[in-house]
Each structure stands twice: as C-alpha cells, then as structure tokens.
Design a protein around this ligand. Structure first.
Ligand SMILES: [Zn+2]
Length: 824
C-alpha cells in the first residue's frame, strides 16, 4: 500500500491511529486523481451533508452535484478471516492502474476508503501461527489465544463502549472526521454453509434505525448478488442468520445514518484449501432452513475444492459491486445523507424523549465524566446547564449535563441511553420467537451507573439555559497550595485507579475503616486516604495528572480509624480457547493499574500458588476446558484442532495445588461458568493425615431454572446489595448486573470450618432492568453473588461477569473490593 501511495496519484495512504499493540493503522483513499487532490474539500461536503440540517438549497445542490460517495471498507477485523485483507492489494492495484471505462467512471464518482487491516496485531499473530505449522499436520489449525491484545472476536462488540484503541480509530472515521455515506465490514463465516453472505440482514432489526437505511442495504445487497452471480460465483445468499438489532459491531454506524452492512465469505483453513463433499453442505437457521435453491440463495454452490483464492475472487467482485452501486446512485446517496440529517433532527424536535439529563449529583462522578466524553467521541453534542432549573418538578443543579435529541445522530443517542426492549419477532404467526444473536442490553447509564432522566416534555427553558461542552470534559479544580491529606471517595471507580497506581508506585495508601465527617462533608468507609509528604509530592502530582475528577484535599490531618492498603499477588487464569472474557479482564486490570500474572490451566501442576499469589481469578470459562483442556457436551468430547501442547487442563494434580492454596488462606474469585469448578466434592490433600473432603455450602441451580423455562440471553437484571461488607464498599443499594442467568446460586447452612454470606440477591419482582428475559419470575429472590470461607481460605463467586466486555462499569468496584479482601 505504501508503494502504491508513492507511485499512484489515485492512492493516498493516511494514518488513523494505533492498534492496542502499537501498530500504525491506515486508510488508503482510492479514487480518481482529481478527487484525491480535493479530499479536503470533499471531506467538508461530507461533514455538511451529514451534520447540517439547514443547508441552503443552493449549497446542497452544489454539494450533491460536485460531491462524491465515500465508501469505507474495514477488512479482516477478525484475523482468522484472512481473505478480505489478502484481497486488499489486488483491489487497490487494480483500481490504481485500470483504464477500464466502467471502473474509471466509478472512481470519478466514489472515494473508496480502504482500511487494509482493521486488526493488524491479530493478523500478524495469525500469519506467524500459520507459518509456524505450515507443512505439518497442524497446518491451518486454530491459533491458541485471542487474535488481539485483549479482546479477540469481541472487537466487533466494542463500538458502543469504544474501549480499544483500534475501535476508536475506526469510530473516528465515521463519527468525527470523514462521515462516509457507505460502510462495509468484511468477514468470514464457517466452511460448509453458503459461500457468501450479502445484505439485507435478517430480522430482528433495530427499532431506532430509519427505514431508509434498511432500504439502501437491500439495494447494495441485491446488486452484489446479481453482479457476483453474473461472474459465475455460486452460493451467494442474503437475508439469513445475521440480524441487525444490536449496536456494538462496526455497523453501529447505521445509528449514525451511514448505509452500513457486512459481508461474510465461507472460510478455507486460513490459507490452506479444503475439499467439501456436496453431502456436507448445510444451512439451518433464520432465513435458510435447507441447503436448496431458494429466493435467499438462488444459485447454490455444489461443493468441491474451496481455496483462499476462490474467496478472494468473491471479495474482489463484491467490493467492485459496492463501488458500482455507489457510483450509479451517487446523487441519490448524497441527497439521502442530508435528508437523514434533517429527518433525525426533526424527529428530535417533535417526538419524545426530547432530552436526556444527567443530574450534577451522581453516585460515581468519574463515570459521569466517562459517559460525557464517550458521547462526544461518538459525535454527539453534549451541553451543560448554566443555571439551576426545575423540569418535571425535579430540580437540576447548574452543571447538570443535557443531551438534546434533535441531533443528526438521534437514533444513536436514543439507542444507547434508553433501556432496551428486545424487538420480539416470530418465524410464523404465534410461532417460535426469533432468538437474539447477541446480547440484549447496552444502556450506557445503567451499565455505567450514571443517573440519567428521560425528559418527555418540550422545554424552551432548557434550550435557553444550556451551553455546549467544548473539548474534553472533566470535573477538576486546582488543588489548594497546602493540604495535609487527600481522600479519594470510595464511590468513584477512578478512586480505585488512583489508589492502585499510588500504592504500586510505593506511596502508602490507607482506607477509612469508618465513615467520617470533615468540614460538613461525609467520607464513607473504604475511601482511600493519602498523607502527602514533601518526598512524594512530585510523584503524586504525576500520578494524578490524568485524573478526571478532583479528589478531596483536606487542610487538617485525619484522625480516623484506617487500614493500610496492600496489593495482593494476583494470578489470572486464561485458557487457550480464544478466551475473550479473560482478555477483557486483563484489559480492565491493566486500565486500573492492577498487576497480575497470567496462568494457563496446563501450568497448574507446576505452580506454587501458595508461594506466589494471594488471589486466583477465574474469569468465565467452561469447566471441562479448564479441567481437561477440551469441550465436553453431555458425555461427548469435542476435540479441537489445536496443536497438542495447547490442550492441557488443570488436571487432578493441578487441582491439588489449588486446594493447597485455599488451605493456606488464599482467595479465589470466580464468575460465570468457572464457578462450577468449585461445586460438589473438593479435596484438600494432606501429606501425613487423611485427605479432607468437603463441599462448599452452595450449589448452582441454573440448569433446573432453564428446564423450567428461564431464558436470559445477556440482559441487565437488578441486584440488591448487602451493606457493610468489605466486598460491597462504595456500592449503591441496587445495581444492574449483566447476566445470562448462568450460574444462579443456592447457599446452604455450612458445617465444619466453612461459612457463607449472600452479598447480592435479585428482588422478588421487577427484576429485568434492560433487555430480554423469558420467565423472569424464576429469577426472583435468588443469590447472585456470594462470599464463602473454608478454614482460612476465601471465595467470592459472581453469577454475572462484573467486567463484561469492559462495558459494565457499575459492577467494577465489586471486583476490585473482592481482590482487596485477600490477605497478603
Ligand atoms: Zn468476523
């Protein structure tokens, strides 16, 4: 791409950011020479068409006449899906050198913004892995880890939260910088189904996204199917499996008026060809029930050899088709973009809700700052009240945050700030419902623990009392010249970040053992106290330089009961099975300055947990993968294609070591399915005396609840929290937890040297806060977070992922507090 950039006036390569491992990410602008020379002017057109609802007719006509359709193509974010990125040089070279009159016409009308690789870290890992095993029997095998620094496949779930640097680089393109009118993200799927998926997607589709977006994706898809079939490419199919109700993928841009879509090609074994027997071809899901000629797949592929080069041919043809469709409909698409801008702004003026207000008073102010800056990064305008105001009989203090819905990205604002209701659709009248493809809750205020009020009345008073927040938002004020103590309130997530960093840098941190009142302000138990000295002042200032909320500076010394904070040694268990939950956990711990050592299940035998660690964290993983290094379903094992050195489990000897750690006073934190490791009979092995068998006083009752009909595909449910426990410090009385109702606990009366406390319980009624649950009542009054003790050993178990995809900030403190109850 760099060579093309140098050699061709039709190609311009631009840096857009860095991957999580520090690789540079690029866009290659590919278009007619004239267009490349006037990119800045065209960028300005894009922006005005996208964001200005009041363009004069004259100005709009000019932009539609002289403007170009910008098509963003993001390739191979999922690194095992190699074909789109491998096709990129061929497509770029062809477009840079062609004199085909059709293609040069497309290039006059269209600017193709090719992101040659959305995930360069992962692609490098996959290529290295492929080369390592090429020519052996493991050629083309799966790679035993996530293909990303942290999140692997979930990089296509990060476009609401924008936690990863590669996600942020792509988001900027369509939310803040270039405003392309069309976006395609290019993927691959399994090997034995249809050859190629093109839009439109299947139901359910998002309620908040305008009909026009769906219409356009249908036009692009129909043209791809026609153009690809004409080229003799069989097996192109549409309108099946892939639904479009959830934001989080790169297609989150459809909530921002971009005609967004995805394509999915059938995979070979990375670059190694495969032969598929016709009898092995199958489909079976939404939209395609049998592998037969049908309206969603008019020309089935008949089987045979399937190679990376075949797939690349599909990639080239589908990409050319998108450019062609954009060229044919150039004026229409540009007009549509400005129509959408107008329409969304008008909806915001005429349909409730009209505003969201985040009151100035918040339990966790650091999360308010994060949410405000996140909305701005999404291209949303955010305002602040410049005086106190009463709306709906509620008093909002000066400084409260206001988001008006009359904005071009209204659909996005509404989608991520409201509570989710899954759009229930059925296959047949009164028949089975179409089950969600992914999660069903992403409401940012609920997930972050920020209070947000929906304002359903129009108010000129609000309009007249707000000022836009320019630049990055914070709640910082200058520290006083002298002070004798700093308190970081326990309620703020950011306080934990500060405390972990300060402690790690060698400065003492204390935690309040009781609530205290100083200068009419209450500081709650668990808050972090630092007593600055001349010696540590510089270091402290550096550590505090990127805080977003000022801590409390006290002029008098604090005479309260405190406990010295110490940092436990942490082992984090990560399996080799594309363990995304462990990856997200690593990300959150890194973000908060908590150091840890990754231990693989196969390392347990050699690990002296007692000597090296105080806490062992088990993120959500399947019990049989942890114990045996392979999937077990019923009595059957699913054998993976990993090279054998990666399929070792904890095993009996490894478990023995872990139990010795418990006996030595260690702490185990576990959530999701990993908790099942600790259910049933456990054994502590003694060298001299008899071995000790015991059962922790809890069981997982989720199988039973599922049999009775409980179905919770990933929703936010309410949890009431036990007060005054070290694990629940700084928490509100109730929060939403991200749950798949697996596991669900039932504790029992303990015997011997064991004990238990239920730390979190679901309410009896009104359990669902956001998303979708069937037979909700079965989840009523259930223990969903527990603390257990065996001798000196401790356990904290969650039924939910407290750090789910780095999007459930509201439950982070539970994880941090749990870590801090370890006894180093
Ligand atoms: Zn993919």
């Amino acid at each position: 791409m760099k060579i093309l950039d140098e050699a061709s006036p039709r190609v311009k390569l631009t840096e857009i950011g860095q991957s999580p491992m520090g690789r540079i990410m690029y866009i290659a602008f590919i278009s007619d020479e004239d267009n490349i020379n006037r990119l800045d002017e065209l960028k300005e057109y894009n922006k005005k068409l996208a964001l200005d609802p009041n363009l004069s007719e004259q100005e709009k006509e000019k932009m539609i006449r002289d403007g170009k359709v910008f098509v963003l193509g993001t390739l191979s974010m999922h690194s095992t899906e190699v074909a789109p990125a491998q096709a990129a040089p061929l497509i770029a070279y062809d477009l840079a050198t062609t004199d085909d009159p059709l293609k040069t016409k497309w290039l006059r009308d269209v600017v193709y913004m090719m992101v040659p690789n959305h995930n360069p870290d992962g692609m490098t890992m996959i290529v290295n892995h492929y080369r390592k095993y090429k020519g052996t029997k493991y050629e083309g095998s799966s790679m035993p880890r996530v293909y990303h620094k942290y999140v692997g496949h979930d990089n296509n779930r990060d476009f609401v939260t924008l936690s990863q640097s590669d996600t942020r680089a792509i988001n900027r393109i369509y939310s803040l910088d270039w405003f392309p009118q069309v976006m395609v993200e290019k993927h691959q799927m399994g090997s034995t189904g249809t050859r190629y998926f093109v839009p439109p997607n299947h139901d359910p589709i998002a309620e908040n996204v305008d009909a026009g977006i769906w219409n356009w994706s249908g036009i692009f898809g129909a043209n791809m199917m026609k153009d690809m079939t004409r080229e003799g490419l069989a097996g192109v199919s549409q309108h099946f499996l892939f639904d479009d109700y959830w934001p989080g993928s790169t297609e989150t841009c459809i909530w921002k008026n971009v005609i967004g879509m995805l394509t999915e090609g059938a995979s070979a074994k990375l670059a190694t060809p495969i032969f598929i027997e016709p009898t092995e071809l199958s489909v079976g899901g939404k939209g395609l029930s049998e592998y037969k000629k049908s309206i969603n797949m008019p020309l089935p592929w008949e089987g045979g050899w399937w190679r990376l080069s075949d797939l690349i041919q599909y990639e080239i043809t589908s990409t050319m088709s998108i450019l062609k469709t954009s060229s044919i409909h150039r004026e229409d698409i540009l007009q549509f973009r400005n129509d959408m801008c107008k329409k969304e702004v008008e909806k915001g003026e005429n349909l409730p809700p009209f505003y969201y207000i985040f009151p100035e008073k918040q339990h966790d102010k650091s999360e308010l700052v994060i949410l405000v800056n996140l909305m701005k990064e999404h291209g949303v305008k955010v305002y602040q009240l410049d005086k106190d105001l009463i709306v709906n009989n509620i008093h909002y203090a000066e400084g409260s945050i206001v988001l008006p819905l009359s904005q071009p990205f209204r659909a996005f604002i509404k989608e991520v700030l409201e509570k989710q209701e899954y759009p229930v659709r059925h296959y047949t009248p009164d028949g089975e419902i179409i089950k969600p493809y992914d999660i069903t809750s992403w409401s940012l205020p609920l997930h972050f623990g920020v209070k947000a009020d929906e304002i359903k009345i129009e108010s000129a008073e609000i309009e007249n009392s707000i000022t836009e927040i320019e630049g990055s938002f914070d709640l910082l004020s200058d520290p006083p010249d002298t002070y004798s103590a700093i308190i970081f309130p326990v309620e703020y997530n950011e306080s934990y970040k500060a405390a972990f960093r300060i402690l790690t840098s060698g400065i003492d941190v204390e935690r309040l053992s009781e609530d205290i009142l100083m200068n009419d302000k209450k500081y709650h138990k668990g808050s972090f106290l630092i007593r600055p000295t001349d010696k540590n002042a510089d270091k402290m200032n550096k550590l505090l330089s990127d805080m977003s909320v000022s801590p409390c500076y006290l002029s008098t010394s604090v005479e309260a009961k405190t406990e010295k904070m110490s940092m436990p040694g942490i082992a984090l268990i990560e399996t080799n099975f594309h363990d995304m939950d462990a990856g997200w956990t690593r990300f959150v711990l890194d973000q908060y300055g908590i150091s840890y050592t990754v231990i693989k299940p196969g390392d347990f035998e050699e690990t002296e947990f007692n000597e090296e660690f105080d806490v062992v964290i088990f993120p959500d993983a399947d019990k049989s993968i942890l114990m045996e290094g392979k999937y077990k379903r019923g009595d059957d094992y699913y054998i993976t294609d990993y090279p054998p050195e990666y399929t070792k489990g904890i095993g009996k000897e490894g478990m023995k070591n872990l139990m010795a750690f418990v006996e030595g006073g260690g702490l185990i934190i576990s959530w999701g399915q990993s908790v099942n490791l600790f259910e049933g009979t456990l054994t502590i092995t003694h060298e001299k005396e008899d071995n000790e068998e015991f059962k922790l006083p809890f069981s997982d009752i989720s199988d039973d609840l599922r049999k009775k009909g409980l179905y919770c595909p990933g929703s936010l449910v309410k949890m009431k929290i036990l007060k005054d426990h070290p694990v629940t410090l700084g928490m509100e009385e109730e929060i939403g937890i991200f749950s798949r109702a697996r596991p669900v606990f039932l504790t029992s009366v303990p015997n011997f040297d064991m004990d238990r406390r239920v730390l979190g319980v679901t309410p009896e009624k009104d359990i669902l806060m956001s998303g979708y649950v069937e037979k909700e009542e079965l989840l009523g009054n259930k223990a969903v977070m527990i603390w257990l003790k065996k001798g000196e050993g401790q356990f904290v178990f969650f039924c939910f992922n407290p750090q789910f995809r780095a999007s459930t900030h509201v439950s982070y403190k539970l994880l941090f507090n749990a870590i801090l109850i370890a006894k180093p």
